[in-house]
Design a protein around this ligand. Structure first.
Ligand code: DMJ
Length: 485
């Protein structure tokens, strides 16, 4: 029914969409000849009844403002106590760096969240800092995977949303400096690469680190016209897939020089998680059918061997990649991204069931642990570094169904999160979710991901459409434009 309230909601949705499209204007003209936008390629479908519910619900403005205020609390803490450093230490009110010199992790990771929340002044300050102070000409051995997902991803989304060519130039310079990481006998990337010399180290890697690269390098290839970025990341992805077991699963660790597994335990969590995520999202972003085929192979095997039913609840545990034999009933904060991936890839029933399981893990102590034994319902690893994954899944479930039960779940998550982790200057990781003892750490992904997903859950749904915009594993939004025609 067309009530004045609904009309206003629709109008604000149109305005928000126009604003989002404008944010991405910088990338609109950069597609090489013969390449087209992929609105008709959309592989994420929002059912008409879900869309009606989303339109009727609109924004929960009070909750969105509350999230924004909490985000600003942390951002201002970073500005006051840790400006120009990699991260804020939220108990001692100082800054910390990953390496001998800062690479501005927090501003680069947080820039697109500032833009999405409409915090223009703060976003401009962050962008000027990045454009004028960030240099990758440094004698630093950096973690290839982390630098790709946090910095390369953040620079690319920042460029696409602002059109600021300085961010693309930084991304291109960074990409060039990172490429030696792929110079192993197998094409699987070394763990570490020196930004100035290209020296590499760290032979024992894992599928997440070799398979969570294509969204960023592929987008960089499209924006710069340098095919080498796509080719290197593609070879690493294919090499990872080629190592799958006869039952189509991948293990937890391998050697990049030999291409042999050094740990054959498998699951959907740490060291594997985002490899699966990028197979689906590669299909979504680049319309690359080989990614879809790899995804189809793996997801069937995951349901066949990794899924576990316990007292009517769905979990995904730890099994052997070769035999499928069960090893341990373990799930955790990182695994909690999987309901979101199931939802966006078109499996809403399993997604909802697994999300309820993950929420039960959260509720056991009012904050989720890093690792949880879902049979004994006991904490295995007690830390909580303010991870976003369970919030990410809550957003996907809401955004694809319009069911406000997920917003209610998100409210509990937010209240618990703020109650147990807020400090005078930001939010502190927990050393132990049982005792709630805090640690002097606030990872950059708190501002890149955790608060972004909380905000999207309550903002106008037109703020970000998951059918046309792909969020990287670090929640950096990239537009769905293919690499090839
Ligand atoms: C982030 O850096 C990314 O989401 C990554 O894929 C997994 N770990 C953290 C957040 O928990």
């Amino acid at each position: 029914m067309s009530t004045p309230r609904n009309r206003i909601r629709r109008q604000s949705a149109v305005i928000a969409f126009a604003a989002w499209t404008a944010l991405f204007a910088g990338c609109a003209s950069t597609a090489p000849p013969g390449q087209t936008a992929v609105a008709d390629h959309a592989v994420v479908h929002i059912a008409p009844e879900a869309q009606r519910r989303l339109d009727a619900n609109g924004a929960d403005a009070a909750m969105a403002e509350r999230v924004k205020a909490e985000f600003l609390h942390a951002w201002r803490g970073y500005r006051q106590y840790a400006w120009e450093r990699d991260a804020l230490k939220p108990l001692s009110n100082t800054g910390s760096d990953w390496y001998a010199q800062s690479l501005l992790m927090t501003p680069v990771d947080a820039l697109d969240t500032l833009l999405i929340m409409g915090l223009t002044e703060e976003a401009d300050a962050a962008r000027e800092l990045i454009a004028t102070q960030l240099s990758f000409d440094r004698d630093l051995d950096v973690k290839h995977f982390e630098i790709v997902i946090r910095l390369l991803g953040g620079l690319l989304s920042g460029y696409q949303m602002t059109g600021d060519a300085r961010l693309l130039a930084l991304a291109d310079d960074l990409g060039t400096r990172l490429l030696p990481a792929f110079d192993s006998p197998t094409g699987l990337p070394w763990v570490n690469v020196n930004l100035r010399t290209g020296a590499v180290s760290g032979a024992e890697s894992n599928p997440a680190e070799s398979g969570t690269l294509l969204l960023e390098y592929g987008t960089l290839a499209r924006l710069t016209g340098k095919q080498v970025y796509w080719d290197k990341a593609w070879r690493a992805l294919e090499a990872t897939y080629a190592m799958r077991s006869p039952i189509d699963l991948v293990g937890e660790r391998f050697d990049v020089e030999t291409g042999r597994w050094t740990q054959t335990r498998t699951h959907v969590g740490a060291r594997i998680d985002s490899y699966y995520e990028y197979l689906w999202k590669c299909w979504q972003l680049f319309a690359e059918p080989r990614c879809k085929a790899m995804w189809d192979t793996h997801i069937a095997a995951i349901h066949a061997h990794v899924a576990d039913e316990v007292d009517g609840a769905l979990w995904y545990g730890h099994v052997d990649m070769t035999t499928g034999a069960r090893i341990a009933p373990r799930f955790g904060a990182l695994d909690a991204f999987f309901p979101g991936l199931l939802a966006v890839s078109g499996d809403p029933d399993r997604a909802a069931r697994l999300q309820r399981s993950a929420f039960s893990m959260w509720q056991a102590h009012g904050i989720e642990p890093e690792v949880w034994d879902y049979r004994a319902r006991a904490v295995v690893s007690p830390g909580y570094p303010l991870r976003p994954e369970i919030v990410e899944s809550t957003w996907y479930l809401y955004r694809l169904s319009g069911d406000t039960a997920w917003r209610d779940m998100g409210r509990t998550l937010l209240e618990d999160f703020v109650r147990h982790t807020r400090t005078d200057s930001g939010f502190a990781a927990l050393a132990d979710v049982v005792t709630k003892e805090q640690k002097d750490e606030m990872e950059s992904f708190v501002l890149a991901e955790t608060f972004k997903y909380f905000y999207l859950l309550y903002a106008d749904p037109a703020t970000l459409d998951p059918a046309t915009t792909v969020l990287t594993t670090e929640a950096h939004p990239l537009r769905a434009i293919p690499l090839r025609p």
